[in-house]
Design a protein around this ligand. Sequence first.
Ligand SMILES: C[S@@+](CC[C@H](N)C(=O)[O-])C[C@H]1O[C@@H](n2cnc3c(N)ncnc32)[C@H](O)[C@@H]1O
Length: 300
Amino acid sequence: MNNLLQNLTNVGKKILTESGVNDAINEAKIIIKKTLKRTELEFITYPNQEITSKQRKLILRNLIERTKGRPISKIFGFKEFFSNEFVVNKNVLDPRPETELLVELAIKEFFELRERKVSLLELGVGSGCVIISILLSIKKNKVSALGVDISDKALSVADKNIKKFKLEKSLKLKKSDWFSNVRGKFDIIVSNPPYVRTSEIEKLDKEVKLYDPFIALNGGLRGLGCFEKIAREAKCHLQENGIILLEIGFGQINSVKKIFEKMGYKTFLKEKDLQGIIRVVGFKLKKTLKVKAKVLTSNF
Ligand SMILES: C[S@@+](CC[C@H](N)C(=O)[O-])C[C@H]1O[C@@H](n2cnc3c(N)ncnc32)[C@H](O)[C@@H]1O
């Protein structure tokens, strides 16, 4: 193997193809670009550029990591989500494109509330990609936000991202087992809880089962355990007319609706992702449906 960029790309493609990576050529290019810290333009403009043997070794090391199933985001410690780059590591779920729908819908709800100061809670904040993306899209003085997670290690990644995006003033973090350490009521609660059946985790791609934390995936026997807990406890933490928006898994809509409706909520929103799967569901408490919204501040 020689040290020309173009040749390295072909070698990378071969290595990744042989290990079963689907989009081998694209992934090889990304690994090379990221290792060399090159832009797309530099990469295209100088395909015959020589690189040092140290750089070649680094590229090879990263390609080999990828053949073991480690996603590119977890090799380099960054993942793009909602047009921003978030710090990630093995202690947080890799932000998923389908979760951007939850962000979009939450932002829409914020705009419905217009002039009010809004209190926002995210349960299972992970890297912070969801709540931070929401905050970056709205006026920060209009919101007080809290993100909770049961994992200290995930909270420390979320903290890095809060600093990266300079949101220390508007977003606080707390360790909490769902609502166990949460005080006060919120206008908007969002969550992408773990919803994979325990028995299914072993069958997931190695990128997921080996590199996403078990605690971020495991939804228990039927994949619905977290929804049951959240439904039970959210009642005491919703403002009048408050809403809860949840990401759900493939085929879970009827079960999740049933859990929430049995506990006194009304489904007001069901939204499909780009694959046509109902991915986000929204609930309100039944008795507050017709109550006029009051200006309330959070007290967490
Ligand atoms: C599917 S991940 C979502 C992470 C992030 N919000 C995202 O969408 O990328 C679920 C998160 O819930 C957290 N979690 C699991 N059980 C929890 C519990 N009992 N209380 C609070 N958070 C929990 C996990 O640590 C993980 O960060």
